[in-house]
Design a protein around this ligand. Structure first.
Ligand code: ADP
Ligand code: MG
Length: 294
């Protein structure tokens, strides 16, 4: 006897590096009209690097002092930006101690108590809402976000901005080819959903051929965006702040290496090698199998 088409598609997908969880999940992957993609860790490698350390004038901090303060606050965070900040501090020989108190704010940043002061590291406030002498939203550091498409994070101490850190993340090399293939396979062009700033989002979108970009989204706004696409959506993400969006989409694929545990549980399929070209491959396998089933 031959294997049922959906099960042999599951086996085939495995050869392409997609671990599909069930025959039902296999069927679902092809029954989608639009693909929504996360940015950090999905279209990019998710291993950003700190490229500039900019203490605010009057903060009393030098570069190493600012980096150390941010790294102590980020110490307990699993976010890729946090890992980059901690690594950069380590490279400068900073000896790190965990903060006295720590709280993660998904899609926003972290808040911690460091030497008795409340320290935040995270997304700058939206343009126009910056406090006097603060650093405003998209970029803040003139020219940096616009030109390089870098991510800027703001560091505050007891509510006062004390500096910014600029980070960049590499594109996955196969991302443009994957986006082109997905565009051909779906009725609406792929959509980029990200919590990052518009400048960083636009750079990644342009480099990968994504034309529909929604930036500055909180995790629950990614959910609203997925629902608002109004069709059957395949969401591809790493689960760092996008597990709710993965859960609400018609079908979900999680990055296997860069992915958070929650994403692996929620998704219908996992990209075991984090190779994005496996996403269109899985859609094609699903559709071929569905034709054979009927
Ligand atoms: P993405 O949608 O690109 O995966 P996230 O939702 O994880 O991005 O984060 C959105 C934004 O929130 C980041 O660009 C950053 O400004 C801020 N942010 C989130 N977590 C952290 C953190 N641990 N440290 C600094 N900034 C953070
Ligand atoms: Mg992410």
């Amino acid at each position: 006897a031959t294997m049922p088409p959906l099960l042999s598609a599951v086996a085939n997908a495995g050869r392409h590096g997609v671990l599909v969880k069930s025959a039902v999940a296999m069927e679902q992957l092809g029954a989608v009209d639009v693909v929504a993609l996360d940015k950090t860790g999905t279209l990019t490698e998710g291993t950003p690097e700190v490229v500039s350390v900019l203490p605010a004038p009057g903060s009393g901090l030098d570069e190493t002092g600012l980096l150390a303060l941010a790294a102590v606050a980020e110490y307990a965070s699993e976010h890729p930006l946090a890992r980059a900040i901690v690594a950069a501090a380590g490279e400068r020989g900073v000896r790190l101690v965990p903060a006295e108190k720590f709280a993660a704010r998904p899609g926003v940043g972290v808040e911690a108590v460091v030497e008795g002061a409340v320290v935040t590291v995270g997304r700058p406030p939206a343009p126009g809402t910056a406090p006097e002498g603060g650093v405003d939203g998209d970029g803040g550091v003139d020219g940096v976000d616009g030109e390089g498409g870098a991510t800027t994070v703001l560091v505050t101490r007891d509510g006062v901005p004390v500096g910014t850190l600029v980070l960049t993340d590499r594109l996955r090399p196969e991302a443009p080819a994957a986006v082109a293939a997905l565009t051909a396979l779906t009725t609406a062009p792929p959509v980029l959903l990200t919590g990052d700033q518009p400048g960083a989002a636009a750079r990644v979108a342009e480099a990968t051929g994504v034309t529909d970009v929604r930036a500055g989204l909180l995790p629950e706004e990614k959910v609203t965006a997925v629902k608002g696409l109004g069709t059957r959506v395949l969401f591809v993400g790493d689960g760092v702040n996008d597990a709710p969006a993965l859960a609400v989409a018609h079908a979900g694929i999680a990055m296997g290496r860069a992915g958070a545990d929650l994403a692996l549980e929620t998704a219908d399929a996992v990209l075991v090698r984090d190779d994005l070209t496996a996403v269109p491959a899985a859609i094609r396998l699903s559709r071929t199998a569905r034709r054979l089933v009927r």
